[in-house]
Design a protein around this ligand. Structure first.
Ligand SMILES: Nc1nc2c(ncn2[C@@H]2O[C@H](COP(=O)(O)OP(=O)(O)OP(=O)(O)O)[C@@H](O)[C@H]2O)c(=O)[nH]1
Ligand SMILES: [Mg+2]
Length: 466
C-alpha cells in the first residue's frame, strides 16, 4: 500500500494540511516567553498530562466526563517544522535522579491528536477530531514587533537612551566604540562588523548577567533558523548622515522586512491561541530595574496584540503591511498570560502572583478583542506547601528537594505583592528561588507530571472547542 505523502513541491508547514484534510480541526497554540521562562517545562508537562488526563489534568478530565476517548502524539508527516522532542524531555524529567530538560535554542512544534466523544444523544455520532499544535514561539521574536513601527533613527535613539540608564554599565565597551567613531564615518564593513559584535555581546550579557528581557532586536539573541544574512550586521547609531549610518539604516530596514515576512509565513503566520509565560517571581528577586524591564516586555507583547483592531499597518519605507491572520479578525481568540514556577510560593501567594500578572499586562483590554486571562502556574511542580514557624510566627512556605541534595529544603522567598510593587516592597529583600528538583515520576511519567494551574489554563484555552 502506498503511504499518502504530500507532493514534493509543496512544503507542508504550518497547521498540518494533511490533518485538516482528514477532518481534524487544527488548533494552533503559540507558547511564548522569554529565555528561561519555562516554555520547555510547559510543553513537556502539557503533553504528558494530556496523554494521561485522568491523573494529570483532573479538572479538565472531570469536565469532559469520560468523553476524551483517545489522545496521541501526532506523527510528523511531511512537515518541515522540527518536532518538539517530547519523549526525550519527559525521559529527562523522569530520570533517577530527575533532571531538567536542557535549554532549547530552536523553534519546534508539538502536535497532539484528540478524539472527543460528543455529549448526550450525539454520542452515537463519530467523535470530534481535534489536533492541538503547540508552537514553541520565541518571546524574543514578539519583542521585534514594535520595531515595525520605528525607523532606524527612532529605534537607535530609544535603544541608546535605554543603555545609558543601565547602571553599572556593562555597556562600556560598546559605548566607547560609539564615542570613538568619527562623526560622519563612511560605509566601512569592518566597522559595521565590530560594532555589531560588541552590541550583540552586550545584549547577551544583559540577558545572562542582568536578567533583562526587553532587548532588541530579538533575533540577535534568538536567530532565525538557517545561515545568517549579512544584513544582520547592524547596531544602533545616532545622528550623522554619513555612509555608515546609511548602511546600518538599510540593514535595519532589511531586518524589519524579515520580521514582517515571518509574521505572514505559514509556519508562524497563524495562531489561534497564545500562551505568554513569564518568570515573575525571579523578576521580583532581581529588583526594580529588572522587574520594570519585564513589565515593559509584557506590555509591548500585549500592545502588539492590540494591533488586531486595525487590519493593515502603514510602515514608513516598508509600504503597507497586511496584518497576518493571527493579528487580524478571526485570529488569536484567547490569550493566557501565566506567571511560571508558582510552586515556589504557597497557595495564598499564588493568587497574589496571578493578580500581579494582571497588573503587569494591564488586562482586561491588553489583548484587544481576544479573550485574555491570567494564571499562576507550575508546569512541573517540585515543591509542596508547608507552614513554617519562623520567629514565633507562622508563614505559608514551601518545601522541596534542591538539585543534588537528598534533604528537603524549606523556602519562603517573601511576600508576593498583588499589585505593581512600590518603594516599600523593594525596601525588603525578595529571595532568589532555589533550583528545586522535579518530583519523582513513577512509570516514567506515564501518569502525567504533577502541576499547579495547568489544568485551568488548558481548560481556558480549549473552552469553546470542548
Ligand atoms: N520549581 C519549578 N521550576 C521550574 C518550573 N518550570 C521551569 N522551572 C525551572 O526553570 C528552568 C527553565 O525552564 P525551561 O522550561 O527550560 O525554560 P525555557 O523557557 O524553555 O528556557 P530556554 O529554552 O532556555 O528559553 C528549569 O530548568 C527549571 O529550573 C516549574 O514549574 N517549577
Ligand atoms: Mg526551552
Amino acid at each position: 500500500m502506498m503511504p499518502r505523502m504530500a507532493p514534493r513541491s509543496v512544503t507542508v508547514v504550518g497547521p498540518d494540511a494533511a490533518a485538516a484534510a482528514r477532518g481534524r480541526q487544527v488548533l494552533r497554540i503559540g507558547v511564548t516567553g522569554l529565555a528561561r521562562a519555562g516554555k520547555t517545562a510547559f510543553l513537556s508537562s502539557a503533553a504528558a498530562n494530556l496523554l494521561a488526563p485522568r491523573t494529570g489534568l483532573p479538572v479538565l478530565s472531570r469536565r469532559l466526563a469520560g468523553r476524551l476517548v483517545r489522545v496521541a502524539i501526532a506523527p510528523a508527516g511531511a512537515e518541515s517544522m522540527p518536532r518538539f522532542d517530547f519523549r526525550r524531555h519527559l525521559a529527562t524529567l523522569a530520570a533517577d535522579p530527575p533532571r531538567w530538560p536542557a535549554r532549547t535554542e530552536a523553534v519546534s512544534l508539538l502536535a497532539l491528536d484528540l478524539d472527543i466523544a460528543r455529549p448526550g444523544l450525539a454520542r452515537a455520532l463519530p467523535p470530534r477530531r481535534l489536533r492541538l499544535e503547540f508552537l514553541d514561539y520565541p518571546g524574543e521574536w514578539l519583542l521585534d514587533l514594535p520595531l515595525l513601527g520605528q525607523d532606524f533613527r527612532q529605534w537607535s535613539e530609544a535603544a541608546l537612551a535605554r543603555l545609558q540608564t543601565l547602571a553599572p554599565l556593562p555597556a562600556r565597551a560598546f559605548l566607547d566604540f560609539l564615542r570613538a567613531l568619527p562623526a560622519r564615518a563612511g560605509a566601512d564593513e569592518p566597522l559595521a562588523e565590530t560594532g555589531h559584535g560588541l552590541y550583540r555581546a552586550l545584549l547577551n550579557r544583559l540577558r545572562e548577567e542582568g536578567g533583562l528581557a526587553m532587548l532588541q532586536p530579538g533575533r540577535f539573541l534568538m536567530p532565525a533558523p538557517g545561515p545568517e544574512p549579512p544584513w544582520m550586521a547592524f547596531f544602533p547609531l545616532q545622528g550623522g548622515g554619513g555612509g555608515l549610518f546609511r548602511l546600518l539604516a538599510a540593514r535595519y530596514d532589511a531586518y524589519r522586512r524579515a520580521v514582517a515576512r515571518d509574521l505572514v509565513s505559514p509556519g508562524f503566520g497563524r495562531l489561534d491561541r497564545l500562551v505568554v509565560l513569564a518568570d515573575v517571581l525571579s523578576a521580583l528577586h532581581a529588583g526594580p530595574a529588572a522587574f520594570a524591564d519585564m513589565a515593559d516586555a509584557l506590555g509591548s507583547i500585549a500592545e502588539a496584540l492590540r494591533w488586531r483592531r486595525s487590519r493593515t499597518l502603514r510602515l514608513p519605507q516598508l509600504g503597507t503591511l497586511r496584518l497576518p491572520a493571527w493579528l487580524g479578525p478571526g485570529g488569536i481568540g484567547r490569550v493566557a498570560f501565566a506567571a511560571t514556577k508558582a510552586d515556589h510560593v504557597a497557595e495564598r501567594q499564588r493568587a497574589s502572583l496571578a493578580a500581579l500578572m494582571r497588573a503587569m499586562t494591564l488586562l482586561p483590554d491588553a489583548a484587544g478583542e481576544a479573550r485574555a486571562a491570567v494564571f499562576a502556574i507550575a508546569a512541573v511542580r517540585c515543591a509542596e506547601d508547608f507552614v513554617w514557624t519562623l520567629d514565633g510566627g507562622n508563614v505559608a512556605a514551601v518545601r522541596g528537594r534542591v538539585l543534588g541534595d537528598e534533604r528537603l529544603t524549606r523556602s519562603y522567598p517573601g511576600e508576593v505583592p498583588d499589585r505593581l510593587p512600590g518603594a516599600a516592597f523593594w525596601a525588603q529583600p525578595f529571595l532568589a528561588l532555589p533550583q528545586f528538583e522535579p518530583m519523582r515520576l513513577p512509570d516514567g511519567g506515564a501518569a502525567g507530571v504533577p502541576q499547579i494551574g495547568l489544568d485551568a489554563l488548558i481548560g481556558f484555552l480549549l473552552d469553546d472547542v470542548l
